[in-house]
Design a binder for this molecule. Structure first.
Ligand code: PGA
Length: 251
């Protein structure tokens, strides 16, 4: 059976002014200097840097966005639509990141509407799900994650327009990660749910892991069962570190 091409995506979050473009250029250089990695690579900078990074015209690194509005245009002061970031050069848009869910009280219905807007703009959605520490301690990880996924994913999700990001909230930016066995267990449960809902295409839908991924733990996390790449926050800000994570996909 075919297997999905892995995706290693960096999420710069609310970090980076024009100085940070240098790191993007360094990354492109590092990727061209190394034997090619068997994965797709993307950087999701703040909105303000999307056009500048896309203008670099790098073939080895796609540009993405970290969020979008659920509508493609209209009277929504201060918001940015999927059509706008697509026009600026974004090929991926993260929706449902736990920081959006927590800071802006975004629920799974809204995330689904955002994912639909992403599809309409012709871009790939990275739909994030993940449990909090207390949910994990209560043994509810699978229920929470599969519950979020059921509502957050539109019925017309496919392996082309969607990537699932599993990010345990307690592992984000903390240096803590689940064990490889725990990651494999939940990714396998997600795979089961995807296949049940989307049939064979569910096997090809990428499920990427996020939460304190670094060069030192990337290889073991990325080789866990049903892990098709990484969503990387802090370690994506430095080209050298991010390249060290991509290293997991070099022969
Ligand atoms: P981190 O963030 O790599 O800094 O833990 C991951 C994320 O939020 O996507």
């Amino acid at each position: 059976m075919d297997t999905p091409t892995p995706l290693v995506a960096g999420n710069w979050k609310m970090n980076g002014t024009s100085d940070q473009i240098t790191e993007f250029k360094k990354l492109v250089q590092l990727l061209s200097g190394n034997s090619s990695a068997q994965c797709q690579v993307a950087i999701c900078p703040p909105f303000t840097l999307i056009a500048a990074l896309a203008a670099e015209g790098a073939e080895s690194v796609h540009v993405g966005a970290q969020d979008c509005h659920a509508e493609l245009s209209g009277a929504h002061t201060g918001d940015i639509s999927a059509a706008m970031v697509a026009d600026a050069g974004a090929k991926f848009i993260i929706v449902g990141h736990s920081e959006r869910r927590a800071d802006h009280e975004e629920g799974s219905e809204l995330i689904r509407a955002k994912a639909q807007a992403v599809y309409k703009a012709g871009v790939t959605a990275i739909v994030c799900v993940g449990e909090t520490e207390s949910e994990r301690d209560a043994g509810k990880t699978e229920d929470v994650v599969l519950g979020q996924l059921l509502i957050s994913l539109p019925d017309d999700a496919t392996s082309t327009n969607t990537v699932v990001g599993y990010e345990p909230v307690w592992a984000i930016g903390t240096g803590k990660t689940p064990t490889v066995a725990d990651v494999a267990e939940i990714h396998t449960a997600i795979r089961g749910a995807l296949v049940e809902r989307f049939g064979d295409d569910g096997h090809m839908l990428r499920i990427i892991y996020g939460g304190s991924v670094k060069p030192s733990n990337a290889k073991e996390l990325m080789t866990a069962e049903n892990v098709d790449g990484a969503l990387v926050g802090g370690a994506s800000l430095k080209a050298q570190d991010f390249n060290g994570i991509i290293e997991a996909y070099r022969a």
